[in-house]
Design a protein around this ligand. Structure first.
Ligand SMILES: [Zn+2]
Length: 277
């Protein structure tokens, strides 16, 4: 049995699988801000799912910058208490198996590329907007190589702009995260039906999308995370904005993730399949 864990800034999801393709059992809970509590909830859930069977390998996705050599999370604006904690060590010792670590959004993108909306495409820009704005470039069903990761949420869209939780000023995330949305419009994105608000919002998000397309040159843009549940209205506004403002390239398809909350789980399955011999 294998375990795939997707720790997001808001929710943690876990699934067990036997064939690295289908979910056997699935659990979810809100991500504790405190690491010790988080690791306790994760180990309890794994024990419940595994019962007596031997776990062959675990993949865990974390929301932030990963140091692959040290196998640690080194920067996580939305989950600060988890930074530099020996999560890989703890899990591999506890369950006596190999444990791999990746960025949560990179795994989400991989899931969409292999099992979801990106199946037929070569180069995918995957963005996920909720607590934060994450992103990853997937090429030929592989997380594209990078020296430090992909952080489209922390592209600066305004000089000396709003303070971002990462330490920079004027990051895109500081304007469009669910927290920023609530601060500005005094309503949660999931319950907002005001078209004027969405029109304004899609301009800011659209600006970031144009930049991502210009820099990553994808065949398709896939958007996941809480905001993608807003549906057609937001997507139509976004597509319109990008078409009007991106002139250097033809606008690629901009679509909703099809695996929704489970993109990271499925990406974890495929990651294990290609990284464990
Ligand atoms: Zn930032």
């Amino acid at each position: 049995m294998f375990i795939s864990i997707d720790v997001g800034g808001t929710n943690t999801r876990l699934a067990s699988t036997k064939n690295l393709k289908d979910i056997k059992e699935y659990r979810t809970f809100s991500t504790p801000k405190d690491f010790s509590l988080g690791i306790k909830k994760i180990t309890n859930a794994i024990e419940e799912m595994a019962l007596q069977s031997q776990i062959k390998a675990i993949i865990i996705g974390l929301p932030g910058v990963i140091d692959r050599e040290k196998q640690k999370l080194v920067k996580a604006p939305n989950l600060k208490n988890w930074v530099n904690k020996p999560i890989v060590d703890l899990l591999s010792k506890k369950f006596k198996c190999r444990t791999l670590l990746e960025n949560d959004t990179a795994l989400g993108g991989l899931g969409e590329a292999v099992f979801g909306a990106g199946k037929k495409y070569q180069i995918i820009a995957y963005l996920t907007l909720g607590t934060g704005l994450g992103g990853a470039r997937i090429v030929n069903k592989k997380i594209d190589q990078s020296a430090q990761g992909f952080e489209p949420g922390h592209q600066i869209v305004k000089i000396n702009g709003k303070q971002c939780s990462c330490g920079q000023k004027g990051c895109l995330e500081a304007y469009i995260s669910s927290k920023a949305f609530y601060q500005k419009y005094k309503t949660k994105p999931e319950s907002c039906t005001n078209t004027k608000i969405w029109a304004e919002f899609s301009q800011k998000f659209g600006q970031g999308l144009v930049n991502v397309i210009a820099l990553w040159s994808p065949n398709i843009v896939i958007i996941g995370g809480g905001f993608s549940k807003k549906g057609e209205m937001l997507f139509n506004l976004l597509k319109k904005f990008v078409k009007q403002n991106l002139r250097i390239f033809k606008t690629p398809p901009i679509v909703k993730s099809t695996l929704c909350d489970k993109s990271g789980i499925y990406g974890g399955f495929y990651y294990l399949k290609t990284h464990i011999k």
